[in-house]
Design a protein around this ligand. Structure first.
Ligand code: PEP
Ligand code: MG
Length: 579
């Protein structure tokens, strides 16, 4: 049994067999071959070895021709390793005696070898582990080739262990079979994490390198509540976690009874609990969870994974579905927040995607794309209460230009005799410190604001929200972030403009008292968080929250603030105050 610590990003516990997805996306299931297929499988392995050897020889010759024989020698070493008789004997033994598939035999053997090298107290030899990983990759590339399975073809429950999953890959995970996932990289604010929470798949990210030690098929526990991953757990640990899963089911069933009750504090203040969604199909779970509306619909997910660019009709159909499902409850549609962070790539490479052509900047640079979306939203506005929200606004010019494009698109609809609601509220996200600094000006030109703490934290603290190397610095309760939140809520109150918070922070029970104490009366959270937040709201009073916020605002570090908030939460709702 081995326990690894990572970053908890999507709560819940998953217990199941590991399926490995390494850097290249190869999955190495534990497969066995039939006795009478052993010779054919060995032949397949030999063919793969020959093909890889040919490739290495070609690389050696090309490199030697350009850089000299010494550089080419690296590849000769790879060739030697690949043809090493003891290695081949090991492969053959596993296939003949244990009936492992060649893929599984290769990955088992080479990962074990790589681990031995890695653990050597000799820098030069430890580096050779990379060569072994390289050879493994090449061999698996040949062996799996067209056989490479996609996530969508899973047929049995698994826990996915990957170097990384993009938001699109995560969005396409088949929830019937993916019990949970773990990634080597990633941080709490990344979009992969957000999608996992939306899909309610227990997940831990940012574990660091651990895949080389595994070959798939091992039993794994993903503890998405505490960011723990347990490999090959013992019986006692399995029993402990099974008990935790049961306790969670009991809590969920208990919370279900609150579904049709309002989120009202003990002193009678009504809190609006809205939900964040990425896909139209999630609207149903917002209703099931008793949300008051949708406070953030991340429409860029229409684009992620789409093979062709969505048309106006595609946009319209998605919005219409959400609005109809919500049956009269408000729906805040955020215009595209596309950028390299979500796409994983852009037409042209950017060195600093989070500071680049992202979000409203991309929409304003690509007006036809922006107009298609705005027309679709306005057309859908006759179906129910819709609000439009612009993301990542950092200057007044951004906001004014976006509103002008909207006015233009609306005028076109009017001229064409197409119906729309002329009173659609227009708001902006506050997620850049510049927007907070200028908020009094912005508030004169918008109908509402929503504070996007996921980005506000990263831009305030200069910490990439998806980077595990600095994940310990990505703190929602950093005093600097809290000051900006306080400043924004105070300005909105003075201007009498409704304000909400839709970053992941608002869905964390730990921060509910603080946020209400700072004056927030509307939160937008992942659908799964609605029931627990409702329970907490119904257990606290605004004067107490104000006292907690006042005290927290005097503190000097996130750690101190979190410890204090945990203590206070434990007093009013012990079931949520532990993680
Ligand atoms: C945010 O930044 O807080 C937010 C809600 O937007 P996203 O996570 O999609 O960037
Ligand atoms: Mg954002």
């Amino acid at each position: 049994m081995r326990t690894l610590q990572g970053i908890a990003v999507s709560p819940g516990v998953a217990i199941g067999e590991a399926l490995i997805v390494d850097n290249e996306g190869f999955r190495i299931p534990r497969r066995f071959v039939m006795r009478d297929a052993v010779d054919d499988e060995l032949q397949r392995l030999n063919n793969a070895i020959d093909a890889v050897a040919e490739q290495i020889a070609r690389n050696r010759d090309a490199v030697a021709a350009q850089l000299g024989d010494q550089c080419g020698a690296i590849f000769s070493a790879h060739l030697q390793m690949l043809r090493d008789p003891s290695l081949l004997a090991e492969f053959e033994g596993l296939i003949r005696k244990k009936h492992y598939s060649p893929e599984y035999a290769v990955s088992q053997t080479l990962r074990r070898f790589a681990k031995v090298f890695q653990d050597l107290d000799n820098g030069y030899l430890a580096e050779r582990a990379h060569d072994i990983v390289d050879i493994e990759r090449s061999l698996l590339g040949k062996l799996l080739g067209e056989r490479r399975e996609e996530f969508s073809h899973l047929t049995s429950p698994v826990v996915i262990l990957a170097h990384n999953l993009t938001p699109t890959e995560t969005a396409n995970l088949d929830r019937r079979f993916v019990l949970g996932f773990v990634t080597e990289i990633g941080g709490a604010g990344g979009h992969t994490a957000i999608v996992a929470k939306g899909l309610e798949i227990p997940a831990v990210v940012g574990i660091g390198r651990f895949l080389t030690d595994l070959s798939g098929g091992e039993l794994v526990i993903v503890d998405g509540n505490h960011g723990r991953v347990i490999l090959q757990p013992d019986e006692e640990t399995i029993a402990h976690y099974r008990h935790e899963v049961e306790a969670h089911h009991t809590l969920v069933a208990e919370l279900e009874t609150l579904r049709d009750l309002p989120a009202v504090t003990t002193d009678g203040t009504r809190i609006a609990l809205h939900a964040n969604i990425e896909f139209p199909r999630e609207a149903e779970s917002c209703l099931e969870r008793g949300a008051d509306g949708i406070g953030l619909y991340r429409t860029e997910f229409l684009y992620l994974g789409a093979k062709v660019e969505p048309t106006e009709e595609d946009h319209y159909a998605a919005y219409a579905e959400v609005i109809r499902q919500m049956r009269g409850r408000p729906v805040v549609i955020r215009t595209l927040d596309l950028g390299a962070d979500k796409l994983g790539q852009l037409p042209q490479e950017e060195q600093n995607p989070f500071l680049g052509l992202r979000s409203i900047r991309l929409s304003l640079r690509n007006l036809p794309l922006f107009r298609v979306q705005l027309r679709a939203i306005m057309r859908a506005s006759v179906l129910g209460p819709v609000r439009i929200m612009f993301p990542l606004v950092s200057t007044l010019a951004d906001l004014r230009q976006a509103k002008m494009v909207l006015a233009d698109a609306t005028e076109d609809l009017a001229e064409a005799g197409i119906a729309y609601d002329p009173n659609v509220d227009v708001g902006m996200m506050v997620e850049v410190p510049a927007a907070v600094a200028m908020l009094d000006k912005f508030l004169k030109e918008v109908d509402f604001i929503s504070i996007g703490t996921n980005d506000l934290i990263q831009y305030t603290l200069a910490v990439d929200r998806g980077n595990r190397e600095v994940a310990d610095r990505y703190q929602a309760s950093d005093p600097a972030v809290l000051r900006l939140l306080d400043q924004s809520l105070t300005a909105a109150r003075a201007a009498d403009i409704p304000a909400s918070v839709c970053g992941q922070m608002s869905g964390e029970p730990l921060y509910t008292m603080l946020l209400l104490g700072l004056g927030l009366r509307s939160l937008s959270v992942p659908p799964s968080a609605v029931p627990e937040l409702k329970k907490i709201c119904r257990s606290i009073s605004i004067p107490k929250c104000e006292e907690v916020a006042r005290r927290a605002m005097t503190m000097e570090s996130a750690r101190e603030i979190d410890t204090y908030l945990r203590e206070e939460l434990r007093k009013v709702a012990p079931e949520f105050g532990t993680s």
